[in-house]
Design a protein around this ligand. Structure first.
Ligand code: NAP
Length: 486
């Protein structure tokens, strides 16, 4: 099981409300260091009515007006002595040993470590654990490191409201939680001090759940772009000297993007279908899915959003097509040639219908995809019931997929079957792209048949096929059947 999968969905529980031991202005909090974090924290604490004393190595170096007037400036030791309990270390961890000189003053105090790790996966103990080793007579609480100085200054409206806390001391954690609550944050208990290894690397992570979907989308784009380049530009150039390389910048991306969107959408619904088929085949839902399928199921939202991005870009590119010099040139040239030859092109009724139909399907699909993207935002998704969310994400999602496939098929039906389209034995790229969504839709239809849907619904309610039942349960059932019915 991956690390991400093995960790609980909710990292910790919100720290329960304690009696308000820290009433405003009754406690003095010391902050060591006079840098960005210290200043932002001091401003916020003062705004919440907490007395603050900032301890610096050299008070004279602090520019006048840097801290609010209510903040007292002092030496490091002076600040620690004035603090009743809480001492925030707004320093980089490599400077923690410089505080050994005031170890006696720090004894019995709660040291709040706000530092972050330098790099991911260093494997050694965390900054907070090293701090606890340096100052065994103090209580160390890890916290506030996932809150930026910017969030502290702008208030809780503009940033994350969660302050993740961990410590080996329940009391110390509770005191820091009260301070966080006083500042308008939600303290979340993340466990003992060992958890600081996770908390310290959190701000360093770069879109961990997006990596796979981004790579898949990028590779798909690369494939369709390269395929289009080879089939529509390079081979015609080599075979007939036809120069179409001006299409590289706009027309070719516009052909590749909808293909990527289609496949990405199919990849959103494929793992759910595979999971359903697996449950049907196994005759039980009480067996874990393979790891790759679990990971894939967790990445559906990201794949869907990237598919939506490609579809939206395709719409914008398509709107730009008439603005191209090449398009205008071709139109004017065609009109001029017709006038010169005295010919009039007849009204192509079926062509007009087809273009209206595929445009309409495309617009509708994009509209529904926008709805899906909006409901995937936690703030919107949270106000939907489970049934509403499933209706939007699954019901409307399949509608969007069907409309997208129809949009593609109506657009390319004629070309897909014309022999000229296979000049180099390479089918048009949308024929390749439409294969996966079509397979998904067919599989979905089969799952909707009463024989499969009834069995799947029973399995999902806990029913197990006798074949898959553990021997002990089978014996229990047999005994139950042979018991005389009262
Ligand atoms: P900073 O602006 O560079 O401030 C660090 C402070 O440490 C200095 O102002 C200085 O204060 C003190 N210092 C510098 N050299 C020292 C030394 N050799 N010995 C002892 N003290 C020294 O850094 P910061 O952005 O405030 O970050 C401080 C801590 O907060 C870091 O651990 C960082 O990971 C964490 N953090 C920062 C943010 C953020 O948004 N900035 C967010 C989350 C966590 P004096 O000269 O007054 O002693």
């Amino acid at each position: 099981m991956s690390d991400e999968m093995s960790s609980p969905l909710l990292l910790g529980a919100e720290v329960p409300d304690d009696p308000p031991a820290m009433a405003r202005g009754q406690q003095t909090v010391a902050i060591l260091g006079s840098g960005d974090f210290s200043r932002s924290l001091a401003v916020r604490l003062v705004a919440c009515g907490v007395s603050v004393v900032v301890g610096s190595r050299c008070v004279k170096r602090i520019a006048p007006g840097l801290f609010p007037d209510a903040v007292e400036l002092s030496s490091q030791e002076g600040a620690v002595v004035k603090a009743q309990r809480l001492v925030v270390l707004a320093l980089f961890p490599e400077h923690y040993p410089s505080l050994l000189g005031i170890r006696a003053a720090l004894a019995g105090k709660v040291l709040v470590d706000v530092s972050n790790a330098m790099e991911l996966g260093s494997g050694v103990s965390s900054n907070a654990e090293q701090l606890a080793e340096l100052f065994p007579e103090s209580v160390v609480v890890k916290g506030f490191n996932v809150i930026s100085a910017w969030t502290l200054q702008t208030g809780t409206q503009d940033g994350s409201r969660q302050v993740l806390l961990c410590s080996d001391s329940v009391e110390g954690k509770s005191e820091v939680a009260q301070l966080a609550r006083l500042m308008g944050f939600h303290p979340v208990d993340s466990g003992d001090l060992r958890q600081s290894r996770v908390l310290e690397t959190m701000p360093l992570r770069l879109f961990p759940s997006w990596r796979g979907p981004l790579l898949a989308t990028f590779l798909l784009f690369l494939f369709f772009y390269a395929y289009g380049f080879l089939r529509d530009l390079l081979l015609p150039y080599l075979a007939h000297g036809r120069d179409g390389f001006h299409r590289l910048a706009l027309a070719l991306p516009n052909e590749s993007l909808p293909n990527v969107a289609l496949v990405a959408l199919a990849l959103v619904y494929l793992p759910g279908l595979l999971a359903a088929w697996l449950q049907l085949w196994r005759g039980t839902k009480y067996q874990r899915f393979p790891r790759w399928l679990d990971g894939w199921l967790l990445r559906r939202k990201q794949l869907g959003l990237l598919g939506f991005l490609c579809a939206a870009l395709h719409a914008v590119y398509s709107l730009c097509l008439p603005l191209r010099t090449a398009t205008r040139h071709r139109l004017i040239n065609a009109a001029y040639s017709q006038v010169k030859a005295g010919v009039e092109e007849p009204w192509d009724e079926s062509g007009v219908w087809r273009s209206d139909l595929y445009l309409s399907c495309g617009v509708l699909a994009l509209g529904i995809l926008s709805l899906l993207a909006i409901t995937s935002l936690p703030t919107v998704g949270n106000v939907l019931t489970w049934r509403e969310f499933t209706f939007v994400q699954s019901g409307l999602g399949y509608t969007a997929l069907t409309l997208s496939v129809t949009h593609t098929l109506v657009f390319g039906w004629d070309f897909a079957f014309s022999p000229q389209a296979y000049e180099f034995y390479m089918p048009p790229s949308y024929v390749l792209a439409v294969a996966a969504p079509c397979a998904v839709l067919v599989c979905r239809c089969i799952l909707l048949l009463p024989c499969t849907s009834t069995r799947l619904a029973r399995i999902r309610r806990g029913w197990e096929s006798v074949r898959k039942c553990p021997v002990s349960q089978r014996q229990q059932r047999a005994v139950h059947r042979t018991l005389p019915q009262v």
